[in-house]
Unconditional design. Structure first.
Lengths: 221, 352
């Protein structure tokens, strides 16, 4: 099984924000929530670098550790997902996440935040793969369709890559060797620097869903 | 003529101010340290174009950079404090949970060993007004709020380890959601009630010289015969310590940190909320432990204590045994409830 990871090549990112737009478009994300964002360092001065950041699907995810209802789970691909039906909107994952990935549709008085929303690595949620319920809550399940995350697929300079961590590391190594610089891999030590957590056991409420056909069309043929 | 020159001078002044304001608003607020780091990075780019190390070190400072995505702290790439918070919170909660469980076991052990504190003299039937109606209403309102906050706080903090394995995910999520909503709405009610309660009970909880012997001998509570109780005023030293710890220290701390956490709409940063959350948890665990002691001694732990707060009256023997100095003040007419003397109901009369 592949271990899914994101990598962002700061030597290539041109801060075009298409990953942000691709994500919003793909998943029909509500106003005010951005699962992905681009941050620019040294803006406007020599040495400017941009990074596209979202949930990194950490090995030992802090959100998972602090969630009071244990609504997070890790798939066999190493993707960290959460169950919005269980989420109580307490905000602990938002405090703990180093990458600022967990988002809330609102920040109301009396702690009324709504259900947490974050990057799913385009892998949906606990609902049956490709179902309407899954789309409404988590967006498209591209992984089940045999596709990679929309943000990485959209990236015009191929700065943002998403997929099997070993493959990504090989690509990145070749790039760094060829250009002779920029070998720093942003966020990997933070996200993947600790021992890998085990994939969660299947939840009782997880029902085996209809497997999406391999035509890459979300079962809508 | 004169007027118009004043007017034009004023107009020029206003224009200058607004231009300067706009310029200041558009200049990135750089402190000297940041500027120094940026210059060093630029220098490094010229001498070692392939070395990005300073840039990546900079990421770890967690300072705001630039992002087109609007929102709270979207321009911070990595906030390391989150990992610190997690690393501190998990062991703190575990320790706190065991301390709370130990406190409950301690109370149970004390009950089994000591039993309830009984009256040593038979009741005389003469009843003394201990708390006014206003004090009792206040006490019970705050008691309900405090207990609700305590129980819901425990569910949010320890439910994952204690209730979730029993209830399962779906049911526990509903319980936790209810706990969170109750906690967040009763919290502000508690914040309003707390100062009233503190003011109302402040006078009887100021320390007096006769409290010291009580503290040194723990009020004689360890004597199972109950015959060596140290004389005390309306509140004994233990109750006074409870007042200052539970209402003043824990109450005010939890109120302030709770408000920070309960109203995320004021754009406070994650770090503010992490710190508030840590303090809130410690205060909360301290609060429920004190609450457990208070409930124990106010109900099964001491005969007659519950009736004092339930009906407002205590028997003469009870007052003499547990609050000797207050009893003597009542009998000599020195004790009062605000501007009126303490009511004493003779045997055979109905309660006031």
């Amino acid at each position: 099984m592949a271990r899914m990871k994101f990598i962002c090549d700061a030597e290539r990112c041109i801060e075009c924000n298409s990953c942000v737009v691709a994500c919003k478009q793909e998943h029909n994300i509500p106003w005010g929530v951005n699962r992905r964002r681009v941050v620019t360092l040294n803006d406007g001065v020599p040495g400017e670098r941009s990074i596209s950041a979202a949930c990194m699907h950490c090995s030992d995810a802090p959100c998972m550790a602090v969630c009071p209802v244990d609504c997070f789970y890790k798939t066999a691909d190493g993707v960290v997902l959460h169950d919005k039906d269980l989420c109580i909107g307490c905000g602990y994952c938002f405090y703990a996440c180093p990458f600022g990935a967990p988002q809330f549709p609102q920040d109301g008085a009396f702690g009324l935040r709504g259900k947490m929303d974050k990057c799913t690595f385009c892998a949906g949620g606990p609902e049956p793969d490709g179902s309407e319920a899954e789309f409404q809550k988590y967006g498209r399940n591209r992984l089940a369709e045999g596709k990679l995350p929309a943000c990485a697929e959209m990236c015009s300079t191929k700065a943002l890559l998403g997929g099997d961590g070993d493959v990504l590391a090989d690509i990145y190594r070749q790039r760094a060797m060829a250009r002779g610089k920029g070998s720093e891999v942003w966020g990997w030590a933070t996200a993947y620097g600790r021992p890998e957590g085990k994939p969660s056991a299947p939840r009782p409420q997880d029902k085996p869903g209809p497997k999406a056909p391999a035509n890459g069309n979300g079962g809508k043929s | 003529m004169r007027n118009s020159s004043i007017l034009s001078a004023a107009a020029v002044w206003v224009a200058t101010l607004s231009l300067a304001g706009a310029a200041v608003a558009q200049t990135p607020a750089l402190n000297p340290e940041d500027a120094q780091r940026a210059r060093a990075q630029q220098q490094r780019q010229r001498t070692q174009p392939g070395n990005d190390a300073p840039v990546w070190r900079d990421v770890r400072y967690g300072e705001p950079k630039v992002s087109a995505v609007r929102g709270r702290e979207t321009d911070v790439l990595i906030q390391s404090e989150g990992q610190t918070w997690r690393a501190a919170r998990v062991p703190m909660a575990t320790t706190g949970g065991f301390v709370f469980a130990l406190a409950l076991l301690g109370i149970l052990g004390f009950y089994l060993w000591r039993g309830p504190i009984e009256l040593t003299e038979p009741p005389t039937g003469r009843r003394i007004e201990r708390f006014t109606r206003a004090q009792r209403i206040m006490h019970w309102t705050l008691a309900i709020a405090f207990t609700t906050l305590g129980v819901t706080g425990l569910i949010i903090t320890f439910g994952k380890n204690v209730l979730l394995p029993v209830f399962g995910y779906s049911v526990f999520s509903v319980v936790a959601m209810a706990a969170k909503i109750l906690h967040n709405f009763v919290g502000p009610v508690f914040v309003v009630l707390l100062p009233i309660m503190i003011v109302m009970f402040l006078k009887s909880n100021l320390f007096k010289s006769y409290d010291w012997p009580w503290i040194k001998r723990f009020g004689g509570m360890m004597d199972r015969t109950g015959r060596s109780e140290v004389p005390s005023g309306k509140a004994n030293a233990g109750q006074k310590i409870l007042f200052w710890l539970m209402l003043v220290a824990v109450g005010i701390t939890a109120a302030i940190t709770g408000l920070i956490l309960d109203f995320p709409n004021f754009d406070q940063t994650r770090q503010t909320m992490q710190i508030a959350n840590g303090i809130h948890m410690v205060a909360g665990i301290g609060g429920v432990i004190l609450l457990a002691f208070h409930i124990y001694l106010g109900t099964v732990g001491m005969r007659g204590a519950y009736d004092a707060m339930r009906h407002g009256y205590v028997d003469e023997s009870w007052a003499k045994q547990h609050h000797r100095i207050w009893y003597e003040d009542v009998m000599s007419g020195k004790a009062s409830h605000g501007d009126r003397p303490v009511k004493v109901v003779e045997p055979g009369r109905g309660a006031a």
